[in-house]
Design a protein around this ligand. Structure first.
Ligand code: GLY
Length: 373
């Protein structure tokens, strides 16, 4: 029997556990049954993930006598919009999900965010369980209760805080992830070390490459440590009045780059987070906040992981530095018209900064853009 860990997210009446381990789909019934008012659940997924994992989940639930109905949405970020929400909610009503029932979201960030939001508005709120199938979803989006959809105005602009009742992070599911998606998720893992745990970053420098190649115990530890950090931050600041903003390290840059590249395959979210983290450390060094050599250490680690940490690594055209800053200004983290960055005094020592000099930011971006072939 392999190790199973439970990380508690302490939120009073909304507290829950994130269960981390191997073979959790097979045990899903036993793990979920204590939460159910009646032995049935409605599973929302997407077609690619459903083809890989739905049968195993249904078998695991069936072993505890839990009946399932399931619906697979189209894969991809495009599903996370009004139309996908409508499809999800109408199906949940067709499936006669009642107020005390449980919805399961089986998939990556798109399904977790959309499924969670659908659960939050269905009958004024039903409970849900996250069964994240990607590294990004296991370490970030499934934990903390941020749910929502994208609109033509931007990403995640419509949503709700709706905490899951349980998260099942089955490390085995990561075996089926394409390497590019694994590494994109790694962008969020390394973020935790960079923002608040230098020892974890050091551990990743040593163990990250073997973990990416498939070492299960290393993956387990990396997911657990990431979830522990997120659980702590969310418990202290559920609705992002302060400390939770640190989880946005790299994200102001990332959101501008995602907008510039069309939110698609050119740049995956986690890839943008990695580039954004490297830029945040570069900006911190230029503002005299951290040592000059720190950004190189961050970039060297990302390169050692096989990731692409520079603007020059993004294929195709990018807009000008001014246009990128314009895209940042549309970010929902803008407050009173001021851009908000997460900067760092060192690896593991991030803080919120509302007064980045505009000329320094423009010069940094212009210089990085000029390095493009
Ligand atoms: N992904 C950032 C947060 O959950 O706050």
């Amino acid at each position: 029997m392999t190790q199973i860990d439970r990380v508690h997210v302490a939120l009073g009446a909304r507290s829950y556990d994130v269960v981390i381990g191997q073979g959790l789909l097979a045990q899903a019934g036993a793990l979920i049954a204590p939460l159910l008012a009646r032995p049935r659940v409605a599973v929302l997924s997407e077609s690619r993930v459903a083809a890989l994992h739905l049968a195993a989940l249904e078998t695991g639930l069936g072993a505890a006598g839990i009946a399932t109905s399931a619906h697979a949405l189209a894969p991809g970020e495009g599903t996370k919009g009004w139309e996908g929400l409508r499809e999800a909610v109408e199906w949940l009503l067709d499936a006669r999900v009642e107020r005390r029932d449980m919805v399961l979201a089986l998939g990556g960030g798109v399904i977790g965010d959309l499924g969670g939001f659908a659960a939050s508005v269905l009958r004024r709120g039903v409970r849900f369980v996250q069964v994240p199938s990607t590294l990004l979803a296991q370490v970030d989006s499934s934990v903390g209760g941020k749910t929502g959809i994208n609109t033509r105005h931007g990403k995640n602009l419509v949503g709700a805080f709706h905490q899951p009742s349980l998260v099942l992070a089955d490390i085995d599911l990561l075996d089926r992830l394409p390497p590019r998606d694994f590494l994109a998720g790694y962008g969020e893992v390394v973020k935790y070390g960079l923002l608040g745990d230098a020892a974890f970053f050091q551990w990743l420098e040593v163990n990250g490459p073997a973990m990416a190649r498939g070492a299960k115990e290393l993956r387990h530890y990396a997911v657990r440590r990431s979830v522990e950090m997120k659980a702590g931050i969310v418990a202290r600041d559920e609705t992002e009045q302060g400390e939770r903003a640190l989880l946005n390290l790299g994200h102001t840059f990332c959101h501008a780059l995602e907008a510039a590249t069309g939110y698609g395959d050119r740049l995956l979210h986690g890839e943008g987070v990695a580039i954004g983290c490297a830029l945040a450390f570069e900006l911190s060094a230029r503002m005299g906040l951290c040592a000059q050599e720190t950004p190189s250490r961050v970039r060297a680690h990302l390169r050692a992981m096989g990731m692409a940490p520079d603007l020059a690594d993004i294929a195709g055209d990018l807009p000008s530095a001014e246009a990128l800053v314009g895209l940042m200004a549309q970010d929902k983290k803008v407050q009173d018209g001021r851009l908000r960055f997460i900067l760092a005094r060192d690896i593991g020592a991030a803080f919120v900064c509302d007064d980045v000099p505009g000329d320094l930011l423009l010069a940094l971006l212009a210089e990085k853009l000029a390095q493009r072939p």
